[in-house]
Design a protein. Structure first.
Length: 329
């Protein structure tokens, strides 16, 4: 069943929204309207406030779909919005430097922050890409084998910042440019699909605090690994917290359970090859994500995504944010 929402369409079970060309022009106009705010500094509070105000003027069908997804992210825990404006064909060359971010106002940056304001609040972590609210996800020369956004090998399934007590509620990935061969795919796996397939023994282990997840080196020694469970919350609809490249089991049964969970995520995974103008919103509470491998050329036309994080309850991290800003220390 497909429902018409203004000039957007939502395909059941609410996994995909396609923005019409007229609404894309309207979104571009909103992005240009807020571009001069704070001299175009997208990390500035005034720019974020302008993006929050502009959210109210986004097409009603898009706002409705995002609101519904925030309330219930469905069996896949992922929403794909297609047809958003990203400034083609005037994009600059794809960045290739490590730690690349977007500090100045652009149409894609405005899209990300407007949507973030509708889902909750934008947020970032100061040790990660210097705390920028809009971050580049691009291949970096010499980092091909890196398990992170700078790599180009198979990126294993993970909860974003699984080690952190205030990990993002939503991860947004906006495609500005696809890879040359169009083979790089965003892989997602939702615990709502794996839970019924888990053995009782593994399920019990995953609910126990028998796992530790290491922080990336960028977070330094202050991020102490604390034992935690992989599954928490409601028994019938739990949250998941795992990074298969960084989570270590502390017992034999935990090791067996982690292996089984990884196999089930692979079995139930979905893959989408993002095209320019595609925005993937991942419910980081119930869905892990990764990426299929691809081959960068470092010629200025490589795959280029921009990423922003969302917290639905910003106040819970108040003690980690200076002057009640959007960056967690």
């Amino acid at each position: 069943m497909t429902l018409a929402l203004d000039t957007a369409t939502v395909s059941a079970p609410g996994a995909t929204v396609t923005v019409g060309s007229g609404d894309a022009e309207r979104i571009t106009a909103l992005a240009r309207r807020i571009a001069p705010v704070a001299d175009g500094r997208v990390d500035d509070r005034a720019y974020v406030a302008a993006a929050r105000d502009a959210w109210c003027d986004l097409p009603a069908g898009l706002r409705r779909a995002l609101r519904d997804f925030r309330r219930d992210s469905g069996p896949a825990g992922t929403l794909l919005v297609r047809g958003l404006p990203v400034g083609e064909p005037d994009l600059p060359p794809t960045p290739s430097a490590g730690g690349s971010v977007q500090r100045t106002a652009t149409v894609p940056a405005a899209v990300l922050l407007m949507v973030a304001a509708g889902l909750g609040d934008p947020a970032a972590f100061r040790p990660e890409k210097t705390g920028a609210l809009v971050q580049d996800v691009v291949p970096v020369p010499g980092k091909e084998d890196f398990q992170g956004n700078a790599g180009s090998v198979l990126l294993s399934f993970h909860t974003e910042n699984a080690f952190h007590p205030h990990r993002p509620d939503f991860v947004m990935l906006l495609c500005l440019r696809a890879d040359h061969e169009r083979v790089a795919g965003l892989r997602t796996g939702c615990v709502r699909r794996t839970l019924p397939l888990l053995s009782e023994r593994s399920r019990a282990a995953l609910w126990s605090e028998e796992f530790v997840t290491a922080a990336p080196p960028s977070f330094g020694h202050s991020a102490t690994a604390v034992p935690h469970a992989v599954l928490t919350g409601a028994v019938e609809d739990p949250d998941v917290r795992v990074d298969f490249a960084a989570t270590r089991p502390m017992t034999d049964r935990a090791r067996t359970a982690l292996t089984e969970l990884a196999e089930l995520f692979d079995l139930t995974a979905q893959t989408v090859r993002l095209a320019p103008g595609d925005l993937a919103v991942v419910d980081n509470r119930v869905t892990v994500h990764g990426r299929t491998p691809f081959r960068p050329r470092y010629d200025g036309r490589d795959r280029w995504l921009q990423r922003s994080f969302v917290l639905t309850d910003l106040r819970r991290s108040r003690g980690l944010r200076a002057r009640d800003g959007y960056v967690l220390d």
